[in-house]
Design a protein around this ligand. Structure first.
Ligand code: ATP
Ligand code: MG
Length: 522
């Protein structure tokens, strides 16, 4: 390609909306243009890389035995109604009506449609196992589209779905996808971690996310350098603390006046005791019923863990009015003694001795409170893991990092086959539900993630396998005939050898040309 003929509208200025490197470089290097919030067009240079990423994904999926197909993005409401997700998706789903007033949506993900397709196409065990996939545009009206195509409202996803006879079959399909994903992200040149993810209170028996390590990542992840354990922060289990060797004697409870002291840090200052000797009592509403949850003063409560323990659908922190109702005190003085609600306490609270807690009386706290003696609670792991905690697998130290989720593999089980009657008949002629898995990769999010990890002050630094071109020839003076002849000769030879090459034939200063070559990352 001759540079002079390329449609490559680069920008000198950093667009104000671009907060992170990848977004900035994708706009400046003429890779994409914004049309509206969370909606982008890919320009020729960007499309080349996008297609290369798609092809890597395609090759690895095919190698794993998956078959490609292509579904519509415009989908009738019926199967989403059957699965219940017409309601579950809420405002994130783009909905529309046709001229006959029938409901449609722009597909946010395609579990229902794949399930219907396989239900109608496979009748017996002979048609299984089956893994189908597509590389296709998805629509989600995200609350907060941001960071360019990292979180956009229209994006390209590779979504695959596996159909098996039983759990053992699903295990095999899931492992195949896991392996294929690792090869894909290796080939993209990404530094990533595979982490266990939460699969909800009732859903699924396994779920892993592929996280690209980056400070701008929206997810917290915990991993162990010693044994390779990794988990989403929401999921990472915390080991109960070792039983205290010098077991402390239980002292009598005392009420202390703590006027206008609402937070743990105010309380530590006021009482002069360590946050580890305090327990926070937080009041939640679980499906509208109040419940109290306790973690040590220096810890964060993990709402996902709490939700799973309670098995509820909605969990939210109670408003001030409800806190007053439950505790008879202003916010900031909740404690476990005398509460009429269910109490869930973290392991560390259960093992702590002589703790300071709220008194359920405005401006008062209690000291020397002990579980078992002074109050009862259900004991569970409900805190978030912290840097340096013991790894739940090997006991070594945990590291925390931020991650960008580029892929997700998930054991669905029979959730959709049950809802949509996707059955097969086994060897004995019995009707059985197919056991499913689903597997997604964000194609343009992966592209942004590659740039996020591979750039410098001058621009993008593409890994060779997905660079839009492999080589750029920059003749310093195009008016010099000898130089141009040599450049043209090189160009022809490279093309002949199937090397993708740009010849910068523009009559520009050398500095300008070098800057552009650096910017577009060849
Ligand atoms: P997130 O937690 O980031 O919203 P998700 O759990 O909703 O992701 P999935 O439904 O598992 O994502 O989708 C599969 C993949 O699609 C994700 O791993 C991600 O790479 C990509 N993806 C999801 N939402 C978006 C989006 N709004 N913009 C770009 N890519 C996305
Ligand atoms: Mg999402």
């Amino acid at each position: 390609m001759y540079f002079s003929k390329m449609f490559l509208p680069t920008l000198r200025e950093v667009p104000a909306e671009a907060e992170i490197n990848s977004h900035k470089w994708m706009l400046r290097a003429g890779i994409m243009r914004k049309l509206a919030s969370g909606i982008y067009s890919f320009l020729p240079l960007g499309l080349r890389t996008l297609k290369k990423i798609e092809n890597i994904v395609r090759e690895e999926m095919d190698k794993a035995g998956a078959q490609e197909l292509l579904m519509s993005a415009l989908l009738p409401a019926e199967s989403y109604r059957e699965s219940g997700r017409w309601d579950v998706f809420g405002p994130e789903m783009f909905r529309l009506k046709d001229r006959n007033d029938r409901d449609f949506c722009l597909g946010p993900t395609h579990e229902e449609i794949f399930t219907e397709t396989v239900k109608n196409g496979v009748r017996s065990y002979r048609g299984l196992p089956l893994i189908l996939y597509q590389i296709q545009t998805k629509y989600r009206d995200e609350i907060r589209p941001r960071f360019g195509v990292m979180r956009s409202r229209e994006f390209i996803m590779k979504d695959a779905y596996s159909f098996d006879r039983d759990e053992a079959g699903l295990d095999i399909s899931y492992k195949l996808m896991d392996k294929a994903y690792r090869r894909i992200f290796d080939r993209l040149g990404l530094e990533y971690k595979v982490v266990e993810a939460d699969s909800g209170a009732m859903g699924g028996s396994g779920s892993q996310e592929f996280m690209v390590i980056s400070d701008i990542g929206e997810d917290g992840i915990a991993y162990c350098q010693a044994c390779g354990y990794g988990a989403n922060e929401e999921k990472a289990s915390c080991m109960p603390p070792p039983k205290d060797l010098l077991s402390e004697e239980e002292l009598p409870v005392e009420k202390v006046l703590t006027p206008n002291i609402h937070t743990i840090s105010e309380l530590t200052g006021f009482l002069g005791c360590e946050p580890t000797k305090m327990a926070k009592t937080l009041i939640f509403k679980a499906d509208d019923k109040p419940v109290a949850a306790m973690v040590r003063g220096d810890r964060e409560l993990n709402e996902v863990k709490l939700k799973n323990v309670l098995g509820c659908t909605e969990l939210e922190i109670a408003d001030a009015e409800s806190v007053r109702m439950v505790t008879n005190a202003e916010v900031g003085f909740a404690g476990p003694i005398g509460l009429k609600t269910k109490i869930i306490a973290d392991h560390e609270v259960a093992q702590g001795k002589n703790l300071t807690v709220g008194a359920n009386e405005t401006d008062h706290h209690l000291i020397n409170v002990n579980i078992g003696r002074d109050f009862e609670a259900e004991i569970h792991d409900i805190r978030s893991i912290a840097e340096g905690d013991a790894c739940p697998c090997c006991g070594q130290s945990i590291t925390l990092a931020r991650g960008i989720e580029v892929g997700h593999i998930f054991k669905l089980g029979t959730k959709y086959s049950k809802a949509l009657n996707c059955n097969y008949s086994d060897e004995e002629g019995n009707e059985r539900q197919m056991v499913m898995g689903c597997y997604g990769i964000g194609i343009n999010r992966s592209m942004a993630a590659v740039i996020e990890q591979n750039n410098d002050e001058q621009g993008i630094i593409w890994p060779m396998e997905i660079a839009p071109y492999h080589v750029i020839i920059v003749p310093v003076n195009v008016l010099d005939e000898t130089v141009m002849n040599i450049a043209q000769n090189m160009y022809d030879k490279l093309i002949e050898s199937n090397v993708e090459v740009i010849l910068d034939d523009r009559n520009e200063r050398a500095g300008v040309k070098f800057n552009d070559a650096d910017l577009i990352g060849i």
